[in-house]
Write a protein that binds this ligand. Structure first.
Ligand SMILES: Nc1nc2c(ncn2[C@@H]2O[C@H](COP(=O)(O)OP(=O)(O)OP(=O)(O)O)[C@@H](O)[C@H]2O)c(=O)[nH]1
Ligand SMILES: [Mg+2]
Length: 271
């Protein structure tokens, strides 16, 4: 068993990713109050439970692409790339966070994105926030998990929880109890489903390119030409060509030259 269990917390903006980490790590990181995203940079947050040390990686929310990525969505994807490149050993578990609601296209896009990135190898649990009116709290997941299965999600497990903090003492009295129940459910689900050893997200070979293009395509709906070559065995020359094309694509989407160099170097240097 490795020393620190690493958990990637992923999902669209404003669904409660930071709130979940605050609950588990007993931290007070800033949470969102409006329509705008709140976490813009991935952050590592430590927690201990049952004698085991955990690192949670809070990510910036990824939102639906409309072909015209905003500054925030560009930064979110760059930041995710940085994080994946940095955490070379990989992760023991992914927590996919969403708010209780009907499944949307965006849910599926984000799920497919994380599945593609991880080759489907790292177990992923689905945590649905906003269960304050459900009794018992996990009933929503129990009642709806087959909906996810039918829609071809492949979660190892899931939960419905409440992670909100009350803004008034009379609200907080109730929310506190619900958060305590949620915390126990979360830890038990994490312990049941995490790997003993991490799996690296980005492997040594240049499959990274195909993955990265898939990410960009998924997140921003960019129209990106498919490279029909065996990217796992590309020679230096072809690889250089891929890099040139990739740089051009980033430039077309108004990334400045420093950022482009930074991203390309990051991708190239991974392992
Ligand atoms: N009703 C309800 N609101 C919640 C729950 N969990 C979080 N929230 C609220 O949802 C809003 C967003 O929470 P955050 O934890 O900042 O969400 P996030 O996913 O980290 O958001 P970004 O960093 O912007 O991607 C805040 O106003 C929270 O109070 C919950 O279980 N129930
Ligand atoms: Mg956040």
């Amino acid at each position: 068993m490795t020393r620190r269990v690493k958990i990637l917390v992923f999902g669209t903006s404003n669904v409660g990713k930071t709130s979940i980490i605050n609950l588990l790590a007993k931290s007070e990181r800033e949470i969102g109050h409006g329509a705008r995203g709140c976490t813009f940079k991935s952050e590592e947050c430590h927690a201990d439970f049952d004698g085991v040390q955990y690192s949670f990686y809070d990510t910036a929310g990824l939102n639906e692409g409309d072909g015209d990525p905003t500054k925030e969505s560009k930064e979110a994807i760059e930041d995710l790339i940085d994080l994946l490149a940095e955490i070379r050993d990989g992760f023991h578990l992914i927590i996919y966070v969403r708010r209780i609601s009907a499944l949307t296209k965006l849910d599926k896009q984000n799920y497919d994105l994380i599945k593609t990135l991880t080759n489907g190898q790292i177990p992923c649990i689905c945590v649905n926030t906003g269960a304050e009116n459900i009794d018992p709290i996990n009933k929503w997941w129990e009642d709806h998990k087959n909906v996810f299965e039918r829609a071809e999600y492949n979660f190892k497990d899931g939960l419905s929880v409440c992670t909100v903090v009350g803004t008034k003492p009379e609200f907080e009295r109730i929310y506190k109890i619900l958060r305590e129940q949620s915390e126990l459910l979360l830890w038990s689900c994490i312990m049941d489903n995490r790997l003993d050893e991490p799996i690296a997200v980005i492997q040594k070979n240049s499959e990274i390119w195909t993955k990265l293009l898939t990410i960009i395509d998924t997140v921003w709906n960019w129209k990106i030409p498919v490279f029909n070559i065996g990217l796992t065995d590309v020679t230096g020359e072809i690889r250089d060509e891929v890099v040139i094309t990739f740089k051009r694509l980033l430039r077309d989407h108004n990334f400045d030259d420093n950022k482009i160099t930074k991203i390309v170097n990051k991708m190239y240097l991974v392992r």
